[in-house]
Ligand binder design. Structure first.
Ligand code: FAD
Ligand code: MLT
Ligand code: ZN
Length: 478
């Protein structure tokens, strides 16, 4: 699978020598300097699409150690691949060649939580699920949730500007993150770790790092605003016959529940079949329908419980939906979510997945899926599916096969991106550009935008040692 990237040339970075190895070992200690067989897992991404050949993983425990590492790498022209939980889906979290891997896994301390403001301050390597459990015990929730919560880290979440399952209610990380600390390429520590809800004193530099995919600095600490936990949560799993009905249902739910709507996730029949077959989960309603919606409502009064029943009955009577189950017990809600959250893993079980994460206008949301199915008709494909965060206009188009094939890639790309551009959408709604989409950045960014991005990259990282080969097409940046 690595063949896809053989056209990339290694940048003129230093190759680590014995002195460098000694330096890092002394700085971090034997336990936090990883070499040998153990490095393999850090070289390969979750999708097993990209595999680097780094020999070393550095696991700093403090901001000061990150600063020392980068100061040294900057001086000696050593390229660095920054890694959090390594759950990224665009090949951004692993080295392409022999970049040294800087993992934030050992920076996992919670620093403070303020019950009055709801502001959590923690280190970048905290695993999202641990943070969710921590704030839940205090009556709060994290303002975002992802299927990868058990492994992804808050630093990685910020670096990718992760969207996820409850963005429709709580907005994007750009709104929830109040401050951050980052170490720049030359080792300087940039302290923007404000915990203030309002602060308009000049440029909001923190935003430079949210969604920067490890190309501008290493995020080391995060201050994030956590909402109060809703007193009532209700999840419903709904079956529908056509995509038009899905849109009518979305419109009805928006009208009835507005601010209580915390998720509106779409799954097509191919996704449900894949979860049933490859993971062994059971669809809780009729599994012969074309579309399924996972609807979550959260609020502070139990009005949602009675009114969701009424609204679903109305939708059934009007034949907008054809089947539904609804629950408010945590175990029921969790089981409903399990189906949705296991879709990515279920497709990977076929062998190989081509992932497209695009934003489209709601009316055109699903049209590309049958279109791609048609284009792949005569090729050896296991599944072509559309699912995702319909509430936010974010489609996940997945094509699953037994193994990677250039023929399949060229049947999908650049067609899918041309289509997305024609619809005035985005070629990456939430996963980012990473390594896999650099060629297509131009479909969503104008020349002026890319030029300004390059100037910013040059200002933050003039030697381009941080996450090389990512975001920008190689010819563009060197
Ligand atoms: P990594 O994968 O380690 O890194 C991702 C990028 O961030 C890389 O470019 C890396 O260099 C950079 N980076 C990591 N840490 C830092 C740091 N401290 N400082 C600077 N740069 C850093 N994404 C969504 O948006 N929404 C979803 O709903 C969603 N669901 C997912 C479900 C599954 C099952 C999986 C496997 C992935 C999912 N993702 C989703 C993608 C992924 O989980 C997110 O992108 C996540 O935010 C990545 O976090 P991570 O810690 O694993 O980062
Ligand atoms: C999701 O919503 O499940 C994630 O973004 C992962 C994926 O696209 O498969
Ligand atoms: Zn997603």
């Amino acid at each position: 699978t690595k063949d896809r990237f053989t056209n990339l040339k290694r940048g003129s970075y230093a190759v680590l020598n014995a002195n460098d190895v000694d330096y890092f070992k002394k700085l971090l200690g034997d336990n936090n300097f990883i070499t040998g067989e153990e490095v393999k897992a850090y070289n390969e991404d979750w999708l097993k699409t990209v595999c680097g050949s780094s020999k070393y993983v550095l696991k700093p425990k403090t901001t000061e150690q990150v600063s020392e590492i980068l100061k040294y790498c900057y001086k000696h022209n050593i390229a660095v691949s920054i890694q959090g939980g390594n759950t990224g889906l665009v090949g951004g979290s692993v080295p392409v060649f022999d970049e040294v891997i800087l993992s934030t896994s050992a920076m996992n301390k919670i620093i403070s939580f303020n019950k009055l403001s709801g502001v959590l301050v923690c280190e970048a390597g905290c695993v999202l699920e641990n943070l969710m459990n921590y704030v839940q015990n205090k009556g709060f929730i994290m303002p975002f949730d992802l299927g990868a919560k058990g492994t992804c880290q808050i630093g990685g979440n910020l670096a990718t500007n992760a969207g996820g399952l409850r963005l429709i209610k709580y907005g994007s990380l750009q709104g929830s993150v109040l401050g951050l600390q980052a170490v720049l390429a030359d080792g300087q520590v940039l302290d923007c770790l404000s915990t203030l809800k309002k602060d308009n004193t000049g440029y909001h530099l923190k935003h430079m790092f949210i969604g920067s995919e490890g190309t501008l600095g290493v995020i080391t600490k995060v201050a994030i605003h956590c909402p109060n936990a809703p007193k009532f949560v209700n999840a419903a799993f709904i079956g529908l016959k056509s995509f038009d009905k899905v849109l009518s249902f979305f419109s009805l739910i928006r009208k009835e529940f507005g601010g209580s709507l915390s998720s509106f996730e779409l799954m097509d029949s191919v996704a449900i079949t894949s979860v049933q077959k490859n993971i062994g989960l059971k669809c809780p309603i009729d599994d012969n329908l074309e579309f399924y919606v996972l609807l979550e409502l959260s609020a502070d009064n139990n009005f949602i419980n009675t009114s969701i029943q009424e609204v679903l009955e109305q939708a059934l009577a009007e034949e907008i939906i054809v089947d539904a189950t609804v629950g408010d017990q945590p175990s029921v809600v969790q089981n409903i979510w399990k189906i949705r959250e296991n879709i990515p893993e279920s497709f990977l079980r076929y062998g190989y997945v081509y992932k497209y994460d695009i934003t489209l206008p709601h009316e055109l949301f699903y049209e590309i899926v049958p279109e791609i199915r048609k284009r792949l008709e005569i090729l050896d494909v296991k599944a072509v599916s559309g699912y995702g965060h319909l509430g936010d206009g974010n489609l996940h188009l997945n094509v699953a096969t037994n193994e990677h094939s250039d023929k399949i890639v060229s049947a999908i790309e650049p067609y899918v991106y041309e289509w997305t551009t024609k619809c005035k959408g985005s070629i990456s709604a939430e996963h980012g550009i990473g390594l896999l989409k650099t060629k297509y950045l131009k479909y969503s960014k104008s020349d002026i935008e890319v030029d300004l991005m390059k100037k910013l990259k040059n200002t933050f990282d003039p030697k381009k040692i941080l996450n090389p080969y990512k975001i920008f097409p190689q010819d563009d940046i060197n």
